[in-house]
Design a protein. Structure first.
Length: 138
């Protein structure tokens, strides 16, 4: 049995990607081979808002923990609950990563630098302080 995971990006439809995958698999399946395609989940892709009070509070918290301004990159992905949280709660969602590219996230040999783990905890504590102080007050 083989499994294929499709990481969707903003403005892609899980139903459309499923349709395209089914068509492609049917096209490349050799004669005499039986294939079953099963959709496991279809969460909506999500893309981060890179502005606003929560974003600014996170930048200050990360600076406090790491001693420098964070490098801002677009963040998003196919974690099904993230877009649901934003849609249902009507509140911004913030994903903050502390791993480095070479740490092999989600791989069998994944690892995480202790310093980033400790500083990451400090950053999140600082973010809670920022939120408690009222991020919109700044």
């Amino acid at each position: 049995m083989a499994k294929v995971s499709c990481r969707l990006v903003a403005n892609q439809s899980p139903a459309e990607i499923e349709k395209l995958m089914r068509a492609h698999i049917a096209k490349v399946t050799p004669p005499g081979v039986q294939v079953t395609v099963r959709m496991l989940h279809g969460g909506q892709p999500w893309s981060a808002e890179l502005e606003g009070p929560l974003y600014e509070a996170a930048k200050r918290a990360l600076n406090a923990a790491f001693g420098r301004d964070p490098v801002i990159i677009g963040e998003g992905g196919s974690i099904p609950v993230v877009s649901d949280l934003q849609r249902v709660l009507g509140a911004p969602v913030l994903l903050v990563g502390f791993g480095l590219p070479g740490e092999n996230a989600h791989a069998p040999d994944e690892w995480f630098l202790d310093e980033n783990f400790t500083k990451g905890m400090r950053a999140m504590a600082s973010l809670w302080d920022e939120i408690a102080a009222g991020v919109s007050a700044r």
